[in-house]
Design a protein around this ligand. Structure first.
Ligand SMILES: [Zn+2]
Length: 198
């Protein structure tokens, strides 16, 4: 497990005040953060949960949940970082922070209740939204499933326009990875039963 030395953590604090994420002095630490996120076992986009297994490091963007342009102090906070695909990161979310209920100078921004969407580090995504990839007749169909009427699940589904991925999955079936996230058996059975009814 990758750990950060005190020296690196101090550098991260300094860079978040002066220099920022793209500062040349941050190059090594950015690489280390990417490795850290990957070694945590993160292999999915933290929002749409499309698999990123086998992607090259350079195509994976460390994602700032609170945008670094608006919340510079959170730029290097590991709690604010995860991995997102380009569709969710650059195509949809960009520098928007409408999902955040705190203030822009909020001293303690890392509380689940301050986020309308599922926070990939503060929330357990599967408590709110499941994703399942079903195969039938060589076609993969991605389905999202809001759990227990979760407001965060619904908001995440709408904010990231996940219905588009369900529709697209029929068209780009062959390119989709055959990944089925681990689900509790009871939930998987419910999903399978529901999918069969459609
Ligand atoms: Zn995504």
């Amino acid at each position: 497990m990758i750990e950060f030395t005190q020296e690196e953590l101090s550098l991260m604090d300094r860079l978040s005040v002066v220099g920022g994420w793209d500062d040349p002095a941050a190059t090594d630490i950015r690489r280390k953060i990417t490795r850290y996120l990957r070694e945590k076992g993160i292999a999915f986009c933290c929002y749409c949960r499309v698999s990123m297994h086998g992607w090259h490091n350079w195509t994976i963007d460390p994602e700032h949940v609170l945008p670094k342009s608006i919340y510079p102090k959170q730029t290097f906070k590991l709690m604010n970082l995860n991995i997102a695909c380009k569709r969710c990161n650059m195509g949809i979310k960009r520098a928007d922070d409408s999902f955040f209920l705190g203030t822009r100078d909020c001293a303690e921004p890392f509380k689940s209740e301050l986020y309308k969407i599922i926070h990939p580090n503060l929330d357990e995504p599967n408590d709110h939204l499941h994703v399942k990839i079903e195969q039938s007749n060589n076609t993969y169909i991605r389905k999202y499933w809001v759990i227990n009427n979760s407001a965060k699940g619904k908001e995440t589904y709408e904010y990231f326009r996940l219905s588009e991925l369900e529709i697209q999955s029929v068209d780009v079936a062959q390119e989709l990875p055959s990944v089925t996230p681990d689900l509790p058996a009871a939930v998987a059975d419910d999903l399978n039963a529901a999918l069969k009814q459609q």
